[in-house]
Design a protein around this ligand. Structure first.
Ligand SMILES: [Zn+2]
Length: 526
């Protein structure tokens, strides 16, 4: 009989650890609800001991998101586990996920301890977690570099102590598919107690092998895959949900008689939501969800596709929720037509949201003759995923030329207040950014600046993305316009608005909840 592979999504924990990808509570809940609609089995919503803000976010997910098991990460200390339990206990099906490093590198260098003491610590931790919650996952951190015999002993002991899922992470992205398959197969053979638990994969992508390693583990008998949407995560990221799910589906039977319950048609929508809310654009050639994933440019390929799609297409774009037909709208298309097309993206919009999008659509249609589906999607995303606009661009004027000193004059609204500034700079964008810093009264270091045309043609909408740092924290921002300088300025303001929102959240956390304040734990990378 076919066996299910449980999909454990850690976009909101491992994925959120990417610098600049921090989410507000509302954004976390929004993504978690979409993950539930996507059909994931377990949502790891955060690391509650890391900050009061994350605690509140995980608790909100546990209360509001129905369907999947809700978990969060806790270090193997009672204080962390208690905090996690407080955050998730309201969920219908909560899970405690805790971990301890088991490789000699971790045991000796990190803990300055020995194997027996660490084994005892693992067992005590699991017993304590089980005293609170019937569903306990234990991760043997750095498992791919852990001595095999010791790994077997540890896994056997923690299963006997009550762990119901055993995660075997490739924390540093070091393993290869052959090694992974071999390790999981031998682990299952050597530890009979594992019959009562689920073996899980958690692979990082440092060598570009995260998806391959995850699938190799499943082939060898693992039945849970820890993944993130778009493969985001620490350093080079995690195994991508969409890749693991679509590989199992497309190569049915090849990884064993297995299936997942993920609704593939929700993949594109989830991917776009995560990219937009976390400010992490997707590379064009990314498998399954990249802009070019289904674009055939070679003449021979195009010819083949027209004759029969299966010649060069292993997945139909519509299977993962990518609209198969392109269309163009014009200024005369009307509100009803717009509403009809937006409904095709699968978003529910309020009348005021639709009005806002229609207004922007008319502006774009004024500048471009044809508004393509991709352009429309960008407008919808901006409206749906916008952060509170504390600072809003009212007007921009640029003076630039090959011999002139670039100058920018900006008018920005903050609430009801209108602020104007002018500055010179090394280029028009530099000049505009200097104006903004003066208006906001805060310095930001620009870490990345990206510009991308949404569609082809000289009149395409330009999408600007920025990452800025202030006081040691990174914020991402994005915006679009047919005018690239305007897009760049709006992207910078978007990042600043995220910073303002975060500052306000911190202030609120400091004020009202003195009694509940917890020592923040350092970020962990499982
Ligand atoms: Zn990880």
């Amino acid at each position: 009989m076919a066996e299910k592979v449980y999909v454990f999504d850690t976009t909101l924990r491992d994925g959120e650890q990417v610098p600049g990808a921090k989410l507000s509570m509302e954004q976390k809940v929004k993504i978690a609800k979409q993950l539930a609609a996507l059909g994931v089995d377990i949502i790891e919503a955060g690391f509650p001991a890391s900050s009061p803000g994350d605690f509140e976010s995980v608790r909100a997910v546990a209360r509001e998101v129905k369907g999947p098991v809700i978990t969060g990460l806790a270090r193997a200390v009672r204080k962390d586990i208690d905090t996690l339990w407080d955050a998730i206990r309201a969920a219908k099906r909560p899970r405690i996920h805790t971990f301890l490093g088991t490789s000699d590198i971790h045991i000796q260098k990190k803990f300055r301890s020995d194997r027996d003491k660490i084994l005892g610590w693992c067992v005590d931790t699991v017993k304590y977690a089980r005293s609170l919650c019937p569903d306990v996952e234990f991760s043997t951190e750095d498992a791919s570099r852990t001595d095999f015999e010791y790994l077997c002993r540890t896994v056997e002991a923690v299963v006997k102590a009550g762990a119901t899922t055993i995660n075997v992470p490739d924390t540093v992205g070091y393993a290869t598919p052959q090694e992974m398959a071999d390790r999981i197969r031998r682990l299952k053979e050597k530890v009979p107690a594992l019959d009562k638990a689920i073996v899980s994969m958690h692979c990082h992508n440092d060598l570009g092998l995260a998806t391959a390693n995850t699938l190799a583990g499943i082939y060898a008998g693992a039945r849970q895959a820890e993944v993130t949407v778009n493969g985001i995560g620490e350093r080079a990221g995690n195994a991508a949900l969409e890749e693991v799910v679509m590989a199992i589906r497309t190569r049915k039977g090849l990884f064993g008689d297995v299936y997942t319950d993920v609704k593939a048609k929700e993949i594109a929508k989830t991917s776009k939501m995560v990219a937009a809310l976390m400010g992490l654009p997707i590379q064009r050639n990314k498998a399954i969800v990249g802009t070019n994933a289904f674009a055939h440019s070679s003449g021979i390929h195009q010819d083949g596709i027209i004759k029969d799609r299966s010649t060069y297409e292993i997945i139909r774009p519509e299977d993962v929720g990518v609209s198969a037909h392109t269309f163009a709208l014009t200024a005369r298309s009307g509100r009803a037509a717009l509403k009809h097309h937006i409904a095709g993206f699968g978003h529910k919009l309020s009348d005021s949201q639709l009005d806002a999008i229609y207004g922007k659509f008319l502006e774009v249609a004024d500048k471009k003759k044809e508004v393509m589906i991709e352009d429309l999607e960008i407008l919808v995303q901006e409206e749906l995923f916008k952060v509170p606009e504390t600072y809003r661009l009212e007007h921009i004027q640029i003076l630039s030329g090959s011999r002139a000193t670039p100058m920018a004059a900006l008018r920005v609204k903050r609430g009801g207040e209108v602020i104007e500034e002018a500055s010179t700079g090394n280029g028009p964008i530099d000049a505009a950014y200097k104006c903004i810093e003066r208006i906001v009264g805060q310095k930001f270091t620009l870490l990345n600046f990206g510009l991308n045309a949404v569609t082809s043609g000289k009149d395409a909408i330009g999408e600007a993305t920025v990452r800025v740092r202030t006081n040691g924290t990174i914020f991402a921002g994005g915006a679009s316009s047919t005018d690239i300088i305007e897009a760049a300025v709006k992207a910078f303001l978007n990042a600043i608005n995220r910073w303002v929102a975060e500052e306000e959240k911190l202030k609120a956390a400091r004020k009202g909840k003195k009694a509940k304040r917890r020592e923040p734990a350092p970020a962990v990378s499982l």
